[in-house]
Design a binder for this molecule. Structure first.
Ligand code: ADP
Ligand code: F6P
Length: 321
């Protein structure tokens, strides 16, 4: 039975991470556990940046974006000798449970710590929604709303000038942010790594739209589809005569106060993590599938195929273009 548990945030930050840290700490304390936090993810674990906390430590953070624990990337964590230092730091403090809030890379780190005797639970914290073992990651909803806010503004000026604007959104190699924001904004085209659109089809679609009554177009594109979206927009201008621009939304997508939905989801995830540790589970990650919280072995989770949203793409073809 675990007695001392710590929590860390790792990989790219996501709105809702703070709400999740709060829930882990509060649920742990209420269950009679001693609770600790690690600053700077696995880097802090290796450097021994671990602090015991009380319930007040997590007051007034439920609404805050980013992560008060800071996040870091430590590629060296793949090295067993480096992880051994982290495990020794945990053992020295008698910490026997670890909650990792992060993406699939962070899950891999957690799995490897499990193999070295640490009881771990992974929670999906990333705006990308690229973890197959859950329908929704912490931060996805807020990010989606942020993108929509931006696209609403870009739409105003795109319409005024009768241009075409290509908007590049984050997601790593996952198209969910592009897909869902594209549906919510009713844009003319959505281009993702899973569903690329050939250049000649992009051009012919824009020309067809221009020849109809609509004189402007919005196109949402996942990052990593075009090496240089600004260069692509210039090329479209040259080939079509339609004045085109590109906007890369960038890191503003990761910021901001979490949506109510993300705060609630993060709180639920945090409580489930403590319950799982108290039930003696380890090396697992928690997800929400069809509205139900589910537990997966981390390796099994990382092997699951990601939903390519074939049905949604058909719907988009019917409605958007
Ligand atoms: P995310 O968790 O958002 O996917 P990263 O892929 O950057 O972000 O992973 C976060 C951290 O997890 C890395 O900086 C590294 O410390 C750790 N990590 C990633 N992959 C592994 C691995 N194969 N083994 C051990 N640790 C890993
Ligand atoms: O994983 C979150 C994410 O924002 C991705 O969407 C993006 O590809 C990456 O992180 C950017 O990483 P960094 O903040 O290190 O530039």
């Amino acid at each position: 039975m675990v007695k001392k548990v710590c929590v860390l945030t790792s990989g790219g930050d996501a709105p809702g991470m703070n709400a999740c840290v709060r829930a882990v700490v509060r649920a742990g304390l209420k269950s009679g556990l001693e609770m600790f936090v690690v600053y700077e993810g696995y880097k802090g674990l290796v450097e021994g940046n671990i602090v015991q906390v009380d319930r007040n430590f997590v007051s007034d953070i439920i609404n805050r974006g980013g992560t008060i624990l800071h996040s870091a990337r430590l590629p060296e964590f793949k090295d067993e000798a480096v992880r051994r230092v982290a495990v020794d730091n945990l053992n020295r403090l008698g910490i026997d449970g670890l909650v990792v809030i992060g993406g699939d890379g962070s899950y891999m780190g957690a799995k490897k710590l499990t193999e070295m005797g640490v009881r771990t639970v992974g929670l999906p914290g990333t705006i990308d929604n690229d973890i197959a073992s859950t329908d929704e990651t912490i931060g996805f909803d807020t990010c989606l709303n942020t993108i929509c806010e931006c696209v609403d503004k870009i739409r105003d000026t795109t319409t005024s000038h009768q241009r075409c604007t290509f908007i590049e959104v984050m997601g790593n190699r996952c198209g969910d942010l592009a897909l869902y924001s594209g549906i919510a904004e009713g844009v003319e085209m959505i281009i993702t790594n899973d569903h690329p659109i050939p250049e000649d089809e992009i051009i012919s679609t824009l020309l067809r739209l221009r020849d109809g009554k609509k004189k402007h177009s919005l196109v949402i594109v996942s990052e990593k589809v075009f090496p240089d979206i600004h260069a692509f927009a210039k090329k479209v201008t040259q080939l079509t005569g339609i004045e085109s621009r590109a906007e890369v939304l960038g890191h503003l997508q990761r910021g901001g106060s979490p949506s109510a939905r993300d705060r609630i989801l993060s709180t639920e995830y945090g409580v489930h993590a403590i319950e799982a540790l108290l039930d003696g589970e380890s090396g697992i990650c928690i997800g929400i599938i069809n509205g139900k919280f589910v537990h997966y072995d981390i390796l099994e989770a990382l092997d699951l195929p990601k939903n390519k949203h074939i049905e949604l793409m058909k719907m988009i073809d019917l409605v958007n273009r």
